[in-house]
Design a protein around this ligand. Structure first.
Ligand code: F6R
Length: 246
C-alpha cells in the first residue's frame, strides 16, 4: 500500500487528478471505476479543468460507477447517475454511452446485478478504481459484514449510512433503504485502486484501515489483499494516526 499524505482536501483532489490523468495519458482507452459522495467532488472539478487546460480527452474512456440507490431512476436528482452526469460527465468529452451506473429501477434486481457484473467482466475490469471511505469502513455500499467474495449485489443500507447521506435529500425519510453496489470481489478485480480520505470525520476510519488487519467488520480492510492500492489522506484524516506516532 502506498500512502500519500497531503495537507488538505484541495491537495488531495489535485494529487488524485494527477494520478487519474496519468492513467488516461498512458492509456487513452482506460476503464475507470468511479465513486460519488463528497470525497471525489474536488477531484472531478480538477478533471474538468484537465480537459479545458491540459488537453486531456475522455473520448475513448469507459467508466463504471460503484453503486446506485435502489428505486431511483437516472433522472432523479438524488440518483448517482444524475450526480455523475451533473458533476463530471456533462463537462468532459466522454461519450455517455460509455458510462455505466447500475439501473436502480431495474427488476428483478438480481438480474440487474448479474448484468452489471458481466459488463464489468466484459469491458473492464477498471484499470483504476477511485474509492471514498465510509466512516464505518464501507466501500461502495459494502457495509460491515459483507463477504470478500461478494460481487454486484443489492444491499440494505445501514442507518448510519442513510443518516450521513441525508444531507443530499430534502427529507431524511426520502433516503432510499436499499442500493445496488459492486461487491468486494468486483472492486478487488481492478488493476489499481485509489482510496481517498479527507477531514476529521474520516480520522477513525483511516486509523483503523492503517492498522492493516483484514476483517469483514471493516470492508475497506479487504483492500490490503490488493497489490496496488494508493491512499491519499489529508492532515485531518490522518490526525489520529499522527497522534499515536508522536
Ligand atoms: C459512493 C460510495 C461510498 C462513498 C462513501 C464516502 O459512490 O461508494 O462508499 O465513497 O460513503 O462518502 P463521502 O465521500 O460522501 O464521505
Amino acid at each position: 500500500m502506498k500512502l500519500i499524505r497531503v495537507e488538505n482536501y484541495e491537495e488531495m483532489s489535485s494529487k488524485a487528478a494527477q494520478l487519474v490523468e496519468q492513467q488516461i495519458r498512458d492509456n487513452p482507452r482506460s476503464v475507470l471505476g468511479l465513486a460519488t459522495g463528497s470525497t471525489p467532488l474536488g477531484l472531478y472539478e480538477k478533471l474538468i479543468e484537465g480537459v479545458r487546460e491540459r488537453g486531456i480527452s475522455y473520448r475513448d474512456v469507459q467508466t463504471f460507477n460503484l453503486d446506485e440507490y435502489r428505486g431511483l431512476s437516472g433522472e432523479h436528482s438524488n440518483s448517482y447517475r444524475h450526480f455523475m452526469n451533473d458533476k463530471l460527465f456533462q463537462s468532459i468529452d466522454i461519450q455517455l454511452k460509455n458510462t455505466y451506473v447500475p439501473n436502480g429501477k431495474a427488476l428483478p434486481v438480481e438480474e440487474e446485478c448479474r448484468r452489471y457484473e458481466a459488463l464489468i467482466d466484459e469491458l473492464g475490469p477498471p484499470h483504476l478504481q477511485i474509492l471514498g471511505m465510509g466512516t464505518n469502513g464501507h466501500i461502495g455500499f459494502n457495509e460491515p459484514g459483507t463477504p470478500e467474495t461478494s460481487r454486484t449485489h443489492c444491499v440494505k443500507l445501514e442507518q448510519s449510512t442513510r443518516n450521513s447521506n441525508a444531507r443530499f435529500f430534502s427529507d431524511r425519510d426520502e433516503v432510499p433503504t436499499h442500493a445496488i453496489t459492486m461487491g468486494i470481489e468486483s472492486i478487488l478485480k481492478s488493476e489499481k485502486v485509489l482510496l481517498l480520505a479527507s477531514g476529521k470525520k474520516k480520522a477513525q476510519a483511516v486509523k483503523r484501515f492503517l492498522e492493516g488487519r483484514v476483517s469483514k467488520d471493516f470492508p475497506a480492510s479487504f483492500l490490503w489483499k490488493h497489490s496496488d492500492v494508493t491512499l491519499i489522506v489529508d492532515r485531518e484524516a490522518y490526525g489520529l494516526v499522527k497522534a499515536e506516532e508522536e
